[in-house]
Design a protein around this ligand. Structure first.
Ligand SMILES: O=C(O)CCC(=O)C(=O)O
Length: 245
């Protein structure tokens, strides 16, 4: 079983039961139908401010309890972002090997991502894969991906040895479950070779001692929301909780 401190991730954490998972999936189906296929792949950024079901997941007690057990009592929701790969046997969309925090402009460069499975995610439909222990080497230099179809914001990619690729772990998740990974863990995902969609909601968290010293890879400042404890640092203009409860 992976250990967060040693491996940089934990996985197969149940968040909601299958009925609630189906309801969240239906809410995403409706959002994706409204936004269209292209936007739904990687364009749904920070929709917790406008789409209540995303806020409900990002502030879900079970998610936050797990996050708090790793980050401590004070937690800021930094961002949410859907990664959706539609099932197409010849599809090329993939996520190149990378670390989350490299281009986020944070100091210290520390964050944690919860990856909530909207759909079942498995090897065939391009689940996330991680290189255990790779978070222990600090922030790594990234280059540019050569292969076409990288879903990352600035086409970044970190070089990874064959030996590391061979020991990568697939994060197979049932809808309604989540994994958590360290912001410096090297991870990515292969194209979806199935006929099934693979959508996941990434939910990014930081602690309030972290500050933003540069713009992020979207050329903006972050808009954090306090979701646990208190902010005694005041590094950010904290946004209001977008929905009651
Ligand atoms: O959903 C994926 O395939 C990759 C997710 C990811 O790269 C991330 O959480 O930063």
């Amino acid at each position: 079983m992976p250990d967060y401190a040693r491996d940089g991730y934990v996985t197969a954490i149940p968040v909601v039961d299958s009925q609630a998972a189906a309801a969240y999936r239906a809410a995403f189906d409706a959002l994706a139908a409204r936004e269209g296929r292209d936007a739904s792949q990687i364009g749904l950024l920070d929709r917790h401010f406008t789409d209540e079901f995303i806020w409900r997941l990002a502030s879900h007690r079970t998610v936050l309890d797990s996050v708090e057990s790793l980050l401590g009592p004070d937690v800021l929701l930094l961002a949410t972002h859907v990664f959706c790969k539609y099932g197409e046997p010849t599809g090329r969309k993939f996520v190149a090997w990378h670390q989350d925090v490299t281009y986020w402009g944070l100091e210290p460069p520390m964050a944690l991502t919860a990856w909530y499975a909207i759909d079942d995610a498995d090897t065939e439909n391009g689940c996330m894969r991680v290189i255990p222990g790779s978070h222990l080497h600090g922030v790594l230099d990234h280059g540019t991906a050569e292969a076409e179809g990288n879903l990352l914001s600035i086409n970044q990619e970190v070089a990874v040895s064959t030996a590391d690729v061979q020991r990568a772990e697939d994060i197979v998740l049932r809808a309604g479950h989540m994994s958590l990974h360290h912001g410096q863990l090297v991870h990515g995902s292969l194209p979806n070779r199935s006929s099934r969609r693979r959508a996941g909601l990434t939910i990014r968290y930081i602690t309030p001692d972290v500050r933003q010293t540069e713009r992020n890879s979207y050329g903006r400042g972050w808009r954090p929301v306090l979701v646990r404890g208190s902010d005694r640092h005041g590094h950010f203009d904290i946004c209001d909780r977008p929905f009651a409860g």
